[in-house]
Design a protein around this ligand. Structure first.
Ligand SMILES: Nc1nc2c(c(=O)[nH]1)N[C@H]1C(S)=C(S)[C@@H](COP(=O)(O)OP(=O)(O)OC[C@H]3O[C@@H](n4cnc5c(=O)[nH]c(N)nc54)[C@H](O)[C@@H]3O)O[C@H]1N2
Ligand SMILES: Nc1nc2c(c(=O)[nH]1)N[C@H]1C(S)=C(S)[C@@H](COP(=O)(O)OP(=O)(O)OC[C@H]3O[C@@H](n4cnc5c(=O)[nH]c(N)nc54)[C@H](O)[C@@H]3O)O[C@H]1N2
Ligand SMILES: [Mo]
Length: 694
């Protein structure tokens, strides 16, 4: 491809001017974290002026080396490439991958950019890997998905909290304070195959730790529902007046008697009974909550498992009460808002369905286009990535805010796909492993440099203020989209100004499930809490479902679910294989693209370690600190072993924060949950072998 250099020019249209913080509440008063930050939070500032920051567009030459090019040239090149791809392969050969870390404004505009400027249906995002199963279960049961349908502070007064597959002590340290009440009442129950730092909080009479065989949580939850019903703990009044589907669920759990559940999950019957007793007792006292995390959701049956957790909560009468409930703990910075406004394959802004004619009509009107111009549903993330470079697949790909070369399942196949593309554009501020594969890297702004809004795990919309001037050469993604839309003669308007985009988002979301129409920047700046749905003229909704659930008849729906033998799932525990569980460490964030660059964090945990029980290690001749290979048909990881009695002896654990041959996702599979599209991140069969040291 021939390119003609053009002048960069001094204009920095995409760079916002730092704003003075408004008269907002101070960090220490903020109820969610009470001013507390975890270690990553305190060190995040180290990344802002980092020497490895990308500060100019970089074009990869034939020799594979990235060299600076001016912005005008970079944008012209992209527009030209998009047009060629569309002309030869059709609009769906252009694809977009977004991120749950993007502000609401960027996530919204990215969805619109894909559908109108690129004309493609092929957009999805990394939240598919994160919140999709819980979201699908929430929609199914409640008719609406907001991670916590209540303010986090409500937990403080609870007597019992059942925390399934979540290691908040490492992944959300400020959250721990909200478990104090349950601990004091002896009612904290942590379900994790590892004795995590979170499970340790149940010690000394503070509660229970259940350590099931990985991927058996669905059975565990069916067993808990069985006990709730058969031991007389069901809340008959609530079930009759506020739910539908109870009878079918009651029938379906009849076969999951406690001893059978013990034999599959390994959790003793008395602990199952005690868990139900604590929850039922709590519900009659200070309150009870059931919370799920990625450990139970990131499975091929993640939606059904989250559904089983909700069924249990409904049987006990927890949701919709003022002091009890069910929730899922949302992960990424904008994991909530990022899943509401259109960067999902099947979604339009305001949590609308792209297949719903009324939704298309509403959004098309706001965008000033014919509804027929909005493409239909695209492909969920795993399938989208699997289509890269394939016949009828995506050939020109945009990535905004994800490091898929490390974080997506079956990473070696993903890398192959990235390399098979005709053209890859990656917007990032670092040369992540994914950016290294890009034909063009576009340097964008970091959190402290941009204006916008985020929606937290409670559905509370928050303002993000620009506090720093970005490096010369970096641009906002809104500006990049606006410039490209202009070059592609896109219909509608693409603004580079966050407040203008937010105003449009409000109109697009009006009347949808996630209605933001009554929220504006002035309201957010005033410090008034803004929980969605917040229709114009209302004062928002801190607590959902108190009077009605979001289904048309106002009832919550119990759906019978049962374990099935999914042929795509790795059979666990055959021969000498161990179950590989992946997850997080306190010191690192996600693919490590950011935290491996912070000296303090990289120094604390410089490389991947495989947690293995001393018994499993001994039978394989693996020493503490010795090197091992962890392998299956998809790939091989080489790393150090660390003996630990805090893990089941049939299970090993690897964090997914590391790259190259320490990347845990070399081992995970692309098998997905048929309802949510969530991949199986949490249970892979592996063989572990000592590497002979010479
Ligand atoms: N330090 C740090 N904090 C983070 C992040 C980070 O990368 N680093 N990422 C953020 C994001 S995006 C997210 S989504 C959240 C995730 O937060 P969490 O959900 O707390 O994180 P994970 O470590 O992925 O998984 C939680 C636990 O699930 C357990 N687990 C694995 N398999 C199973 C199973 O089959 N059953 C059960 N019951 N448990 C299982 C693991 O042992 C692990 O301890 O954290 C957020 N916070
Ligand atoms: N094996 C295994 N794999 C997993 C998981 C697991 O538990 N186990 N968890 C999954 C989950 S829950 C998640 S959320 C994903 C996370 O996976 P990723 O989102 O791929 O992980 P990050 O490291 O956060 O990558 C974000 C990238 O975007 C850049 N970035 C940050 N902010 C912005 C922005 O505003 N704009 C742009 N353009 N770039 C930005 C960062 O520098 C970084 O390179 O990983 C998933 N993968
Ligand atoms: Mo996540």
């Amino acid at each position: 491809m021939t390119v003609t250099p053009a002048a960069t020019g001094p204009a920095r249209a995409g760079a916002p001017t730092p704003a003075t913080p408004g008269p907002v509440i101070t960090g220490r008063d903020f109820p969610t974290n009470r001013g507390g930050l975890c270690r990553k939070g305190w060190t995040a500032a180290a990344l802002l002026g980092h020497p490895e920051r990308v500060t100019t567009p970089l074009l990869r030459g034939r020799d594979g080396i990235h060299r600076p090019v001016p912005w005008t040239l970079a944008l012209d090149l992209i527009a030209d490439q998009v047009q060629r791809t569309r002309a030869s392969h059709g609009p769906d050969a252009v694809g977009v991958f977004g991120g749950g870390g993007l502000t609401n404004e960027k996530a919204y505009q990215l969805g619109k950019f894909a559908r109108l400027a690129l004309g493609t249906s092929r957009i999805d995002y990394n939240g598919r890997f994160c919140m999709s199963s819980a979201a699908a279960a929430g929609n199914r049961a409640f008719g609406l998905d907001r991670g916590l349908p209540f303010p986090l502070e409500d937990l403080d007064r609870a007597d019992a909290v059942l925390l399934l597959g979540s290691n908040v002590a490492e992944t959300m340290p400020p959250f721990i304070q909200h478990l104090q009440g349950a601990r004091a009442a002896g009612g904290l129950v942590v379900v994790d195959p590892r004795r995590t730092a979170t499970a340790d909080f149940t010690a000394d009479g503070a509660g229970l730790h259940l350590a099931p065989v990985p991927a058996t949580d669905l059975v565990l939850l069916l067993g808990l529902s069985h006990i709730a019903i058969h031991d007389g703990f069901a809340d008959a009044g609530f079930v009759a007046s506020r739910t539908a589907g109870y009878q079918a669920v009651a029938r379906s759990v009849a076969q999951w008697w406690p001893e059978r559940v013990q034999s599959i999950t390994g959790v003793p019957v008395h602990l199952l009974r005690e868990t139900v007793r604590l929850l039922a007792q709590g519900a009659r006292g200070g309150g009870s909550y059931i919370l799920t995390g990625r450990g139970v959701e990131q499975h091929v049956d993640g939606t059904d498992t989250a559904t089983a957790a909700i069924n249990l909560a409904l049987i006990l009468g927890l949701p919709g009460s003022a002091n009890s409930g069910y929730g899922t703990l949302t992960g990424q910075g904008n994991g909530q808002g990022g899943r509401e406004h259109g960067q999902k394959a099947d979604q339009l802004p305001g949590y609308r369905k792209i297949t719903d004619p009324a939704a298309r009509k509403h959004v098309a009107k706001v965008w000033g286009v014919d509804p027929a111009l909005i493409p239909g549903p695209g492909l969920p993330a795993v399938e989208l990535l699997a289509s890269l470079g394939k016949p009828n697949g995506v050939r020109t790909f945009f990535i905004h805010g994800a490091n898929v070369a490390v974080s997506a399942p079956n990473a070696s196949q993903v890398l192959k796909g990235l390399r098979a593309l005709d053209f890859l554009v990656v917007c990032d501020f670092f040369m992540s492993e994914t950016a290294q594969e890009a034909d063009l890297v576009l340097p964008v702004l970091q959190w402290a440099e941009e204006e916008g809004t985020m929606t937290n795990l409670e559905g509370r919309v928050l303002r993000r203020r620009a506090a720093l001037t970005p490096p010369l050469g970096a641009r906002s993604e809104l500006w990049i989209m606006a410039e490209l839309a202009c070059r592609l003669n896109a219909p509608s308007v693409f603004s580079a100004d966050p407040e203008t985009v937010f105003t449009e988002l409000r109109a697009a979301s009006a009347g949808g499930l996630a209605d933001y129409s009554g929220i504006d920047y002035a309201l957010l700046d005033s410090g008034e809490p803004a929980y969605w749905p917040y229709p114009a003229g209302s004062t928002g909704t801190p607590r959902l479902f108190l009077d009605a659930f979001a289904h048309p008849d106002g009832r919550a729906v119990l759906t019978p679910v049962s374990p099935s033998a999914d042929p795509a799932r790795d059979p666990l525990f055959t021969g000498a294989t161990l179950a590989l569980v992946t997850g997080r460490l306190l010191e690192h964030y996600q693919s490590g693209a950011q935290t491996r660059r912070v000296a303090e964090l990289a120094g604390a945990v410089p490389r991947a370690q495989l947690l293995i029980h001393p018994l499993a290690a001994a039978s394989r001749g693996i020493s503490d600190g010795g090197m091992v290979t962890v392998a299956n048909t998809r790939g091989t990881v080489r790393c150090q072993a660390k003996h630990s009695t805090a893990i089941r002896s049939d299970t090993v654990f690897l964090p997914f924060h590391f790259a190259q041959d320490e990347n845990a996702n070399l081992l995970t599979s692309q098998a997905i949950d048929p309802i949510s599209g969530m991949p199986e991140f949490k249970a892979s069969a592996v063989t572990v072998t000592a590497l002979s040291q010479n």
